[in-house]
Write a new protein. Structure first.
Length: 301
């Protein structure tokens, strides 16, 4: 029993609360009862007992039809959230109580600077569940091996996390203005990621539209190495406005003319359906909120 103290002791059970929510959501005691897998008379009794405990009617009756009233609407705003939190708590305890917990597998192709925060966000949901992190894969068909994928690859179940412009940046004196044409860019010493990585693929697609192939002075499959080369005046490179914002703050940045390249970062969840656990749904929410908060880092001229 759930005991709530408000002037007097009120005894309410979860079945009554779920019955109320289902009835309010469906607008029908019969439909609410079906959703709760109880009989219509049992649902009617639960609603009546709940109203008696609260001392107010939650629904207005007109013949055989019912309508949620102002008391019911107010109560619903709290109870829906409360039941969700109870479900999250139950799922979290069940998952962490397993002797052999299946690791959570996450691929982070984009946003490596956010990895500590990404892992922390997942830990708030999965608690002591082990997390296996991967940053590089060769074949996109391998996406299905992961529970969560953060990348620029979109599929039918992808969720958009953010969209960002890609600038050109340097710590040296190769750039003299805030705009650089594609033709001028061809004459500069370019530092870039190897062609198997997501950012490079985005840029190759962009330049292919102009039938251009950049000649890279330096290439590496490690974003951290690229950032070190930029800081040490090795040339110019491409700086995504949000995911690389921390590295771009002290660089001279230029927008590519005539059409600056952009990329969209997505979250994909393996075999995600509406029937997935509420725990996975919660993980999606915290990851989406994390990336939403990063938009404030956006590099501006």
């Amino acid at each position: 029993m759930i005991t709530v103290s408000y002037k007097e002791v009120i005894n309410i059970n979860l079945s009554q609360l779920r019955g109320f929510v289902y009835t309010a959501q469906t607008g029908s005691i019969t439909k609410g009862a079906k959703k709760a897998f109880v009989s219509q008379p049992a649902m009617t009794k639960m609603i009546k007992e709940l109203e008696e405990e609260l001392g107010v009617q939650l629904f207005s009756r007109e013949g055989r039809r019912i309508y949620i009233n102002e008391y019911g609407k107010l109560f619903l705003t709290y109870i829906e959230k409360g039941l969700d939190q109870i479900d999250y708590g139950v799922n979290a305890v069940l998952e962490t109580s397993k002797e052999k917990r299946k690791p959570i597998r996450i691929l982070v192709e984009v946003g490596s600077l956010f990895i500590p925060e990404i892992l922390h966000a997942l830990k708030t949901v999965y608690l002591d569940t082990p997390i296996q992190l991967t940053q590089k894969i060769v074949d996109e068909n391998d996406f299905q091996k992961f529970d969560f994928v953060i990348s620029t690859t979109r599929n039918s179940e992808s969720i958009e996390l953010l969209e960002e412009e890609i600038f050109v940046g340097t710590a040296g004196d190769e750039l003299t203005s805030n705009i650089v044409s594609i033709q001028d860019l061809m004459q500069l010493p370019i530092i870039g990621l190897s062609n198997q990585l997501a950012l490079r693929k985005t840029l190759d697609t962009y330049f292919n539209e102009y039938k251009l192939n950049l000649e890279y002075q330096y290439e590496s499959d490690d974003p951290a190495t690229i950032r070190e080369l930029i800081d040490n005046h090795a040339g110019v490179s491409f700086i995504p406005a949000i995911t690389w914002a921390k590295n771009g703050e002290n660089l001279h940045l230029a927008r590519i003319y005539p059409n600056s390249p952009t990329r969209t970062v997505y979250l994909s969840v393996s075999a995600f359906k509406s029937t997935e656990t509420k725990t996975k749904q919660k993980a999606i929410e915290v990851l989406r909120d994390l990336f939403k908060s990063k938009e404030k880092l956006k590099l501006l001229f």
